[in-house]
Design a protein around this ligand. Sequence first.
Ligand code: HXC
Length: 260
Amino acid sequence: MTYSNILVDYQEQIALVTIDRPKALNALNTLTLQELSQVVEDLANNSSVRVVILTGSGEKAFVAGADIAEMNMKTPLEARTFSQLGQKLMNQIESLPQPVIAAINGFALGGGLELAMACDIRLASEKARFGQPEVNLGIPAGFGGTQRLPRLVGSGRASEILLTAELFDAQEAFRMGLVNRVYPKEELQEQALAMARKIAAKAPVAIQLTKSAIYKGANMDLISGQDYEAEVFALAFHTEDRKAGFKAFLEKSQTEFQGR
Ligand code: HXC
């Protein structure tokens, strides 16, 4: 399948998804959101893909936000639908069985930062710049940013970012725990692939269950979260990979996990 604004490339068990509107700094218009949603749905059903990397095309941007020119034409009702379209996509990414690594190669602003926050792991180029500048346009964030940012960095820091609209660099994003690691620009893609390969070598069902426990648990109290953890822990004992993993450890050998 080919898309106008998304590129999908496969490297063994890794899918590299690139938002490809470099002339508009990869801004998310409706078509791009719809195409990305279709890509994510296809990946969810593709068990040969174990890890997804999401990045932006060109030198300058990961994603510089939702498309301002397109949003300018919207009525309040259309604006609500657009917000919900983006929110649905972010939730769909978060719910993917495979882990998603955001390789943030430049500006991650507004809807771009919201997209990165829906990923499991964020790696950044040292040139990346971050922010939620929506209030400069007279709007609040609308693709989940008012909800995910406080969960990731705490409500005090999130409030400062969302209320001042100030941009900040990759080191600052690293200090506040918004990105996991920062790399020189030319190393980012290779480092993202190296991390993806590391995760792809683990038992896919265990990875999926871990991801599920992290996100479900974040919306539960501690005891309910632990109940869910025990449930997924038991589920893993139905898998061949669990048996193979234990056997390899006990026999001091290696195994290749099959994903079942
Ligand atoms: C549409 C955009 C865009 C965007 C950049 N462009 N960001 N188009 N939507 N979000 C376009 C510019 O219009 C320009 O097109 C081209 O990309 C290059 O951008 P420049 O501004 O010329 O580049 P530069 O001077 O280097 O500045 C880079 C920048 C700036 C600092 C990132 O472009 C910028 O401030 N962009 C907007 C960032 C923003 O406010 N994001 C939040 C959007 S609101 P032309 O045709 O002139 O070359 C949002 C809401 C989400 O995300 C929730 C919705 C429900």
